[in-house]
Design a protein around this ligand. Structure first.
Ligand code: NOJ
Length: 761
């Protein structure tokens, strides 16, 4: 599968061309007539009611709870609810709306279906490491089928925030650091959720979030400020949101953060000028959880004032905070807003309901039969397993310690080895961890002949402060009665009797996700002690990692034999990981976020600028952009990931030395599988613009192709490069390609590449 040049459509302002789910004109007209008629009958209170989105039901995903929701629905004061699912629970509320409220307007039912509904896929950061758009789309499709069978009509996904700071716990929810890859993934997910027709029973509204720049929170501290040049925004951070809009996403969630002095939720430039006027977005904007109320501590005024600011900026729906519900009428009476401001928002929400077909059938998503037969099916689980296998990234494999030998005696060690609770990761929606497969179970399932001794070795979290917080949020970690020394002793003794130790360590799932920023990205000290003790036995050690963000693994990289990054791989985690450990599947995942040596290097990302004093590696060269106590280079670069086989790349050949006008240039390499396993490889294309009117990154991903090669097989891979692939936003925010010299890099990751050069005339 090849991805190049789709870029133009995703990133560029020129070819906004297609938008999915655009209605034919006659249909559009019919909808507008219907909605105008309906709005003609609505009171101001009922119109404001449509802008209200309380949380009620099974989950708490924010700091306060909505009250009196049933009564408000009955009075027509609710447009939708979230955190309620199952046909029974949804029917109960929809009944109130369509049987007891005056105008019988159906409700939307939203939920954070972020990486699967009940069949849980790898966390989004893991999913992105598949570099496989059809599989990512498939995961969203399955999620939408299950969610829609369980009463839901709207998911708060995809999260497409570009992230370069692994201290931020929400890195797990997105696709890493690259705008090009992030844009393709945004598009795939929107397509998977919405399909080409929202009237389908198994299509739901997608919601791209968090608009915008939430991933750039200062210091990696959640909800923190962002301050960014337009140039960086347009070239690096905004493309994935725009790709979602171009793909027809039905809704957008405004983010919590401040952007250059105006929080996103009150930012008219962002929500109206950029989103609607520049990008042509025609769906509705929902605030994040109490995002409007939070404009008060941001310092923009009292609740009435900030509700006016948010509505006028372009927020249509108020999540939980009821600033709209409780103040907009007064603001209307005081002429601080006009009825047109309320009508505009109300219309957009009614349009979404109409497009889903809820006015014709408010019970469209309520079907007990579907709920009983379409959720967590064997097929969905098989797909989840297959996708999870492809999301695992092999970071190190000395002396081919992996795959495990069939006859090996294995010491399986660690608090995440015999653990179902954490496999489904954070934001795992309605996922039931008890349905998940642990690694111990997975190894027994896929390789029953293996001789395995299990030892826990350490508590997952010993640090009392962290433990208290994550347990408060539902981690359910009960510290082992044995002392840390005793736990380690057992693990060491199991290792001594084994041929190889497989040590499964990392974070608790709830150390990732919202409000989980960390200042250290090392393994927790008690886990590190265990690893050191096991390694000291001299036996080969395979470290299997589970974590929500890149960790700092300098010691581990230097001291263990093999490292397999598995993120949180979902319901089928154990089977997928076992298949990779035993060689039933040869790993092919590639990192989508840089792994630093240390926290001091953060933010760290491959597509950085060169500076005026770039460092060449000479320690005695003082006046260079560098550290005196750390390399500049990361531990594992973007795009990195090993296979059990080896791939050799030929030099790059170009079809011409120059590119002009509407031509395309072909850049080719031949890749040969020179090892002992069949396997998949992601061949990556990067380009550098050598001279520009503004400084340009040292490298930017512009294409990739995932290929399968049998051992001994070779394949020529050709990328077509056109002027559109060379475009960027200049300082006047024009999307241009500037004539001059370019470098092309093709390789197995962003560091290990072959180069060639050409000139754009
Ligand atoms: C807050 C989170 O920031 C957002 O991602 C989520 O969709 C909402 N809560 C709803 O749960």
């Amino acid at each position: 599968m090849k991805y190049t040049s789709i870029l133009t459509c995703l990133l560029g302002c020129v070819s906004l061309g297609y938008a999915q789910n655009k209605m034919p004109q006659a249909e559009e007209k019919k909808m507008q007539v219907f909605i105008s008629n309906l709005m003609g009958k609505m009171t101001v209170d009922e119109k404001i009611g449509q802008l209200n989105l309380p949380s009620v039901g099974f989950d708490v995903t924010g700091p306060i709870l909505s009250q009196g929701v049933d009564e408000k629905i009955e009075k027509g004061l609710v447009g939708g609810v979230f955190n309620t699912y199952t046909p029974q629970a949804v029917r109960k509320l929809q009944d109130i709306a369509v049987k007891q409220s005056r105008l019988k307007i159906p409700l939307l039912f939203g939920y954070d279906v972020v990486h699967g509904h009940k069949t849980i896929f790898p966390i989004p950061l893991g999913l992105s490491c598949t570099w496989d758009m059809s599989l990512i789309e498939k995961s969203a499709r399955i999620a939408a089928k299950e969610a829609s069978a369980d009463g839901l009509s709207w998911t708060f996904s995809p999260m497409v925030d570009i992230t370069r700071d692994p201290r931020w716990g929400r890195m797990s929810e997105g696709s890493g650091e690259d705008p090009y890859l992030g844009s393709l993934i945004a598009k795939a997910m929107v397509k998977g959720y919405q399909t080409n027709s929202l009237t389908r029973k198994d299509a739901i509204l997608a919601c791209v979030k968090h608009f915008a720049l939430y991933g750039a929170a200062e210091s990696g501290r959640d909800y923190n400020t962002t301050d960014m040049s337009l140039n960086r925004m347009y070239n690096e951070y905004l493309p994935p949101y725009r790709a979602a809009v171009n793909a027809g996403v039905a809704s957008v969630m405004s983010s919590f953060n401040d952007i250059n002095g105006v929080p996103a939720t009150a930012n008219k430039w962002l929500l109206t000028d950029v989103l609607r006027k520049q990008w042509g977005f025609s769906g509705f904007v929902v605030s994040d959880y109490t995002g409007i109320n939070e404009l008060v501590p941001h310092g923009l005024g009292n609740l009435q004032q900030v509700s006016v600011l948010a509505l006028k900026a372009g927020v249509d729906m108020d999540m939980v905070g009821e600033g709209f519900l409780t103040t907009l009428k007064q603001s209307l009476n005081e002429k601080k807003i006009s009825i047109a401001d309320i009508d505009r928002a109300c219309r957009r929400i009614l349009e979404a309901k109409y497009k889903l077909g809820l006015f014709s059938d408010p019970y469209k998503y309520i079907n007990e039969q579907r709920a009983a037969t379409e959720i967590l099916t064997p097929q969905n689980r098989a797909d989840a397993r297959m996708i999870a296998e492809r999301s695992l990234v092999l970071l190190k494999n000395d002396k081919q310690v992996l795959p495990l030998k069939k006859s090996a005696r294995i010491a399986l060690i660690g608090p995440l080895a015999d653990n179902r609770r954490d496999m489904i990761g954070n934001w795992s929606a309605a996922g039931d961890w008890q349905k998940a497969v642990s690694i111990l179970e997975g190894l027994k399932n896929v390789a029953p002949q293996l001789d395995i001794t299990y030892a826990k070795g350490a508590n997952l979290v010993d640090d009392p402060l962290i433990l208290k917080q994550i347990n408060h949020n539902g981690a359910d970690i009960v510290p082992d009665k044995r002392s840390p020394e005793e736990l380690i002793r057992d693990a060491v003794s199991a290792t001594k009797k084994a041929d190889v130790a497989v040590v499964v360590l990392g974070e608790s799932a709830l150390m990732g996700g919202e409000a989980t920023s960390r200042t250290s990205l090392d393994l927790l000290p008690n886990q590190k002690e265990l690893l050191k003790a096991v390694t000291a036995t001299g036996k080969p050690v395979v470290l299997v990692l589970m974590n929500s963000r890149p960790l700092t693994l300098e010691w581990e990289d230097a001291n263990v034999s093999a490292i397999l990054e598995t993120w949180f791989a979902g319901t089928e985690a154990g089977n997928a990981i076992a298949n990779v450990l035993t060689g039933n599947y040869n790993p092919s995942g590639k990192l989508t976020a840089t792994f630093p040596h240390n926290v001091g290097q953060i933010p760290i990302y491959y597509n950085h600028k060169n500076t005026g004093r770039p460092y060449s590696g000479d320690l005695m060269d003082k006046y260079k952009s560098r550290y005196i106590d750390s390399p500049n280079e990361p531990l594992y670069p973007f795009g990195y990931g090993l296979s059990y086989t080896t791939f050799i790349y030929s030099p790059v050949t170009l079809s011409a030395a120059t590119l002009t006008g509407t031509q395309t240039l072909q850049a080719s390499v031949t890749v040969t599988n020179t090892g002992n396993f069949d396997g998949e490889e992601v061949v990556q294309l990067y380009i550098r613009d050598m001279v520009g009117s503004i400084t340009r990154p040292v490298k930017e991903l512009k294409g990739f192709e995932k290929i399968f090669l049998k051992k001994g097989e070779s394949r020529k891979v050709t990328f077509n490069i056109s002027v559109n692939d060379l475009k960027f936003y200049n300082n006047s925010l024009n999307y241009v390609a500037e004539p001059g010299d370019f470098k092309i890099f093709i390789g197995t990751n962003s560091r290990d590449v072959q180069e060639a050069s050409f000139t754009l005339k």
